[in-house]
Design a protein around this ligand. Structure first.
Ligand code: AHM
Ligand code: MG
Length: 336
């Protein structure tokens, strides 16, 4: 039985990536090693998030515990774990984290050919009430290992070689693309391994859900306002869409990827560039959406074509099912 084969022939994330890389004869296993360090970071954060309520890890940055040691907030702790894991992999040269103002340039002795941009714990304002949060990452390849600069990460998203996220929810799910489709893996806590549970994810061509912070509506531009109005009062006789908004990007994007629909964090009068960060939020999620057959748009262009000029730059984003994003593209085109 196929189900039996599944139970006894476990496709771990490492095995899956090794299979993919073996199609490239020039591959020396560096990517697999890098990924195993990212996976380690995700497992650490998963375990810390699960214990957060118990261990009182939350909200204690700057305070001291009974041993007189400083307790760290979960996002600070997660960042340290990722930075150290990435450096020690020996496969990275530039790191950009949402938690660090400056990029980290890895010491030449430990340098490898990959640049990693990441948000170690996105949606951390949701920790205290147990809502799903996640880690988001994108990976670029450096041009010249001996001549590394910020230009290596100030690249359009279409130059990424891989992107993914890990969601710490009712289960721990890692979704990854190495530019050849999208696959989802679920952590089996008894094995400590991510097992392929969602092979070759494709987003429905059109969805029944929209996801946006409507509390910002009074400051929206015309295309965004028109689009959301059409979700609620369709003019073509179709059913209205349902609203789902968690306020945690990984969870909102994960649902959009699996069920279809559209997620938007648009520009508004108060935040002309929206809220989400280009390098480690907009790009990785846009990369995954395109790889799953959906699309991602900034209000001006294909999201992955955007060329960032600052590492913490923000951009509006509309991403999800192909046909749903096509509608917002048309509304912006009609504005011009
Ligand atoms: P954070 O980096 O401060 O955690 O903010 C990012 C989060 C995203 O996960 C989410 O999509 C967005 O902020 C929600 O913003 P808002 O509360 O404005 O709706
Ligand atoms: Mg964030």
């Amino acid at each position: 039985h196929a189900a039996d084969a599944h139970r006894t022939d476990l496709m771990t994330i490492t095995r899956h990536v090794l299979n993919e890389q073996s199609k490239h004869p020039e591959s020396k296993g560096d990517f697999t090693i890098l990924l195993s360090h990212i996976v380690l970071g995700c497992k650490f954060v998963c375990s810390a998030v699960n214990k957060a309520g118990l261990a009182k890890l939350i909200g204690l940055a700057g305070e001291t515990n009974v041993q007189g040691e400083e307790q760290k907030k979960l996002d600070v702790l997660s960042n340290e774990v990722f930075v150290k894991a990435l450096i020690s992999s020996g496969r990275t040269c530039v790191l950009v984290s949402e938690e660090d103002e400056e990029a980290t340039f890895v010491d030449p002795s430990l340098r490898g050919k990959y640049c990693v941009v990441f948000d170690p714990l996105d949606g951390s304002s949701n920790i205290d009430c147990g809502v799903s949060i996640g880690t988001i990452f994108g990976i670029y390849m450096v041009k010249d290992k001996d001549n590394v600069s910020l230009d290596d990460v100030l690249q359009p998203g279409k130059h990424m070689v891989a992107a993914g996220y890990c969601m710490y929810g009712s289960s721990c799910t890692l979704v990854l693309s190495t530019g050849n489709g999208v696959n989802g893996f679920t952590l089996d806590p008894s094995l400590g391994e991510f097992i392929l549970t969602h092979p070759d994810i494709k987003i429905p061509k059109r969805g029944k859900l929209y996801s946006v912070n409507e509390g910002n509506a009074k400051n929206w531009d015309t295309p965004t306002a028109k689009f959301v109005e059409k979700c609620k009062f369709p003019e073509d006789g179709s059913s209205p869409k349902s609203l789902r908004y968690i306020g945690s990007m990984v969870a909102d994007v994960h649902r959009t990827l699996l069920y279809g629909g559209i997620f938007l964090y648009p520009a508004d009068k108060k935040s002309p560039n929206g809220k989400l960060r280009v390098l480690y939020e907009v790009f990785p999620m846009s990369f995954l959406m395109e790889q799953a057959g959906g699309q991602a748009f900034t209000g001006e262009q294909r999201a992955l074509d955007l060329v960032p000029t600052k590492i913490h730059q923000r951009s509006p984003v509309f991403l999800g099912s192909y046909d749903d994003v096509e509608e917002i593209v048309a509304l912006y085109a009609a504005e011009e």
